[in-house]
Design a protein around this ligand. Structure first.
Ligand SMILES: *Cc1c(COP(=O)(O)O)cnc(C)c1O
Length: 453
């Protein structure tokens, strides 16, 4: 298919017309082209508006707390690239440093100084980490962490929790059908059944179910958990739960992996392990530590990390790992987060937002439950406390979809799914929070008036 507007665009460029009128290329047009070229029109499924309907917006630029689409509309952004943008978009210090770093070369495939600096920064911040290996994504981090756990314990099985997401590695794309005793089934075609069978699913916030899993399976290498879940919407651990997980895992000779790809440097500088005072054996990181560039990392004590090649026999490598651009953006971001007052500011802004949203929903007679840990939050369209996948899954996703679009129409960009966390950045000031709450009040009111089904 020849895309006429594209040809015309090229022609106009030839004629020296660069600043095309807005009607010329819009998100609808681009998405129509994208679906012909990429599966579902996107490079990551969560970006498509499948759960809420409509066409995803193509983002042209972002600054501070806001993003602007190619249709020329600006939105207050609560996705923050799904977590990394804790300083806000296009932070001046990050952008300047990146531009300078690029002039010195973008990848060497040899050690560089920034890798040492970021390792020091991560080890200083994250309580259980004494050594770290940089990789290129959160997915790579969790895959590598599991290999480490299997390699060290000589065991094969893995426990993961219903509704937790740890990237798209084979062993991890498995969820429960229902119930404690349910063994893993391949959730995605293409996952070998041998791998799916070695993944055991347990419900989050249920220590007895984990104990039962250990009683039934002797071969468990590791338990992997989002210590604060973000990937079924924000679901905090109940009091004592992480301690129980720690204790059960140690008692059974398995390793505990905290997947802090989302929570690391988010819920506290040292992640959930700092916030709750529970230390895992292995930690995975990503998102914030790359400051918006592709990154991941995994770390543990010296003994465990000593098994990783070339120090030890467990192989894991990466052409672009530790590249100077990701390290530059990450390092500047992490240095700014040394100042503990940033977490107070994030806490204040997000508490204000969540109180505002809850009050606005209540005024309109809409049932919502808002969960929050630090600057991670989700408003569930739900009547009961959301403590795990079973309760999260009772949310009214149709109502959420209508709320999502009502907010989008008023210039507030939320994650296009009920089962995602929202993120507040340091660029979300009082005025932005107030504007969001005002928009929410209107959106909830409309939902209340037009019926809740
Ligand atoms: C985002 C995320 C991942 C995957 O990271 P990618 O960089 O997208 O591969 C893994 N675990 C958790 C908890 C995440 O939030």
């Amino acid at each position: 298919m020849i895309w006429q507007p594209l040809l015309l665009t090229a022609r106009l460029k030839e004629l020296g017309v660069d600043d095309l009128p807005l009607f010329y290329m819009n998100s609808e047009d681009l998405f129509a082209r994208a679906v012909e070229l990429m599966p579902g029109g996107v490079n990551s499924p969560v970006r498509a508006f499948r759960a809420v309907g409509g066409t995803p917006r193509f983002i042209k630029s972002a600054n501070g707390a806001k993003i602007t689409d190619i249709d020329g509309r600006t939105y207050i952004d609560y996705v923050g690239s799904w977590g990394p943008m804790i300083l806000g978009h296009a932070d001046a210090e990050v952008v300047t440093a990146l531009a300078q770093a690029a002039t010195r070369g973008t990848s060497f495939g040899a050690p560089n100084e920034l890798e040492v600096e970021i390792a020091e920064e991560i080890i200083d911040a994250v309580p259980s980490v004494e050594m770290v290996r940089m990789v290129n994504s959160g997915t790579e981090a969790t895959m590598s962490a599991i290999r480490l756990a299997r390699g060290v314990t000589g065991r094969n099985k893995l426990v993961k929790f219903e509704g937790c997401y740890h990237g798209h590695g084979d062993s991890l794309l498995v969820k429960a059908g229902s119930g404690v005793a349910t063994l893993g089934l391949p959730d995605s075609p293409g996952v070998p059944s041998s791998l799916a069978e070695s993944t055991i699913i347990a419900p989050f916030n249920d220590p007895d179910a984990l104990e039962q899993a250990f009683n039934q399976h002797g071969d468990i290498a590791a338990v992997i958990i989002e210590p604060v879940v973000g990937n079924m919407g924000c679901v905090p651990p109940q009091k004592g739960y992480l301690n129980a997980v720690r204790e059960l895992t140690s008692r059974n000779g398995a390793l505990l992996i905290f997947d802090e790809v989302m929570t690391g440097f988010r819920v506290a500088r040292g992640g959930a392990q700092e916030l709750y005072g529970v230390l895992p054996d292995i930690t995975t990181l990503g998102k914030i530590i790359g400051g918006g560039l592709p990154v991941g990392a995994y770390g543990a004590n010296r003994d465990l990390m000593g098994h990783i090649a070339p120090a030890g026999p467990i192989y894991q490598a990466g052409t672009l790992s530790g590249n100077p651009l990701s390290m530059t953006a990450g390092l500047i971001t992490l240095k700014r987060l040394r100042d503990q007052s940033v977490y107070k500011r994030l806490e204040h802004a997000t508490a204000k937002l969540c109180h505002g949203l809850s009050a606005a929903a209540a005024e309109a007679g809409i049932n919502t439950v808002t969960n929050r840990v630090g600057s991670m939050w989700t408003s569930f369209f739900n009547r009961e406390p959301v403590t795990g996948w079973t309760t999260a899954n009772k949310s009214d996703c149709r109502l959420f979809g209508r709320f999502f679009h009502a907010m989008l129409d008023q210039g507030v960009y939320l994650a296009p799914s009920q089962f995602e966390a929202g993120f507040v950045s340091l660029a979300h000031d009082d005025e932005i929070i107030d504007r969001t709450v005002t928009a929410a009040r209107k959106a909830f009111k409309n939902l209340g008036e037009t019926g809740k089904g």
